[in-house]
Structure formats: structure tokens, C-alpha cells
Design a protein around this ligand. Structure first.
Ligand code: ZN
Length: 216
């Protein structure tokens, strides 16, 4: 049984009002996000697919994956997508002491600063791995000038007990104007993600939606 809901309950988002859960808009805009890359093969497939639909997205990258795949990372930027900090090696905030957590976040900030040409002028974005972060860690990250990006729609693409069709249904049934949708450009999630992403792009494009990067 899965305890994490597909749709973030209003109560949870109200408890953490300083975090971004969705974008307030009446326009048919959706915000696709991809966590855990860049990953060879998978991220290039995502980029090719987004391009076909003229869709833009935001990639929450793991610092060590940026260092391991700098060209792939550059391709994300060159194709007009945004990037954010997802820690250096996917640390769980609940299981990590705050000084250690912050060190990990800052390490990735340095990696981003050295790989993103205009890093200083773009809004700094952070997403906590597993969505698990202590309030104290959240405050410290906000103090560094980040926006902390959560979500209102989880695809469950990484979950092997979720079928491709269920993953797609999660996204199609829960998304509304301004939704922030979580996918993963990781090997683990690729089977469900590839299926659901393609059909999500097809479905919402036909409905007149546009896919945008998270800009503030
Ligand atoms: Zn992650």
C-alpha cells in the first residue's frame, strides 16, 4: 500500500506555505519537473520528447550527476529548460543533521554555479529529495535565496508496483491549470515515465495546454 497521495492534500500545503506547491493561474499552463538526472540515455530521450511538443520543463539535478554528465547538462540549458538544486547525492533531510544537509546543498550550488552561465541572475530553485526536509533545513535554504519547489501532482513513475497506465492516470486525472507535476529522468522510473510523459504531452497539448519552466 502506498501512503504518499498522488494529489497533495490542501492541509499539507497549508502547513508549509513558504514552499511552492503549484502556480496560481487561470491559464492552461502546466509545469513538468524531472528529478534525479542528468542520466545518460534517459535525459536525452526526455529532451527529444519535450522538443517534439515544444514543451519546456524544470530539471532538479543531483550535483554528482551534473559533474558526471556535463554535456548532457549543457543540453538541458541550451534547449531552454530550467535547472534546480536536488542536493549533491540525494540526501534525505529527515535522516540528516542540518549542518551536513546544508553542506550538501551548497556543494551542489557550487556545481550549478560553475556549469550554468547566468546562474547568479536566475532564480535559485531547490527540491528536497523524497520531499523530506526538516523545517530548520527549509528555513536555511530559503535564507540562501532559494524557492523550495514541491508539487501538487506525483506521477509515481519510480514505483514498480504502479503500472504504466496508472502512472498516466495519476497525472491526467489530477493536473489542473498551474499544476507542478513530478517525473524522474532516472533509470528506475524510465519505463513508467516514458509511457506517461509521451501521453501526458499528447493529451494536454490537444486540450490547449502549454508546458512551461518554473519562472518567478
Ligand atoms: Zn529525487
Amino acid at each position: 500500500m502506498n501512503l504518499t497521495p498522488v494529489k497533495t492534500p490542501k492541509l499539507v500545503s497549508k502547513l508549509f506555505p513558504n514552499y511552492v506547491w503549484s502556480i496560481e493561474t487561470d491559464k492552461k499552463d502546466l509545469y513538468l519537473t524531472f528529478d534525479d538526472g542528468p542520466t545518460p540515455e534517459i535525459t536525452s530521450w526526455v529532451l527529444d520528447t519535450l522538443k517534439t511538443f515544444n514543451a519546456k520543463a524544470t530539471f532538479f539535478c543531483i550535483g554528482k550527476n551534473i559533474e558526471g554528465n556535463p554535456e548532457l547538462f549543457q543540453r538541458i540549458l541550451e534547449e531552454g529548460h530550467l535547472v534546480g538544486n536536488h542536493t549533491q547525492n540525494h540526501v534525505n533531510g529527515w535522516k540528516t543533521k542540518t549542518p551536513e544537509y546544508m553542506e550538501n546543498v551548497l556543494k551542489t550550488e557550487n556545481v550549478l554555479a560553475s556549469h550554468v552561465p547566468n546562474f547568479k541572475v536566475q532564480q535559485k530553485l531547490f527540491r528536497p529529495p523524497y520531499g523530506q526536509i526538516k523545517p530548520q533545513q527549509g528555513s536555511r535554504i530559503l535564507e540562501l535565496g532559494y524557492k523550495i519547489i514541491m508539487w501538487d501532482v506525483l506521477s509515481f513513475d519510480w514505483d514498480a508496483s504502479v503500472s504504466e497506465q496508472e502512472c498516466l492516470n495519476n497525472v491526467i486525472s489530477k493536473s489542473k491549470p498551474g499544476s507542478i507535476i513530478v517525473f524522474h529522468d532516472s533509470v528506475k522510473a524510465s519505463l513508467n515515465m516514458k509511457y506517461a510523459l509521451l501521453l501526458t504531452l499528447e493529451y494536454f497539448s490537444k486540450e490547449g495546454y502549454e508546458f512551461k519552466p518554473l519562472s518567478f
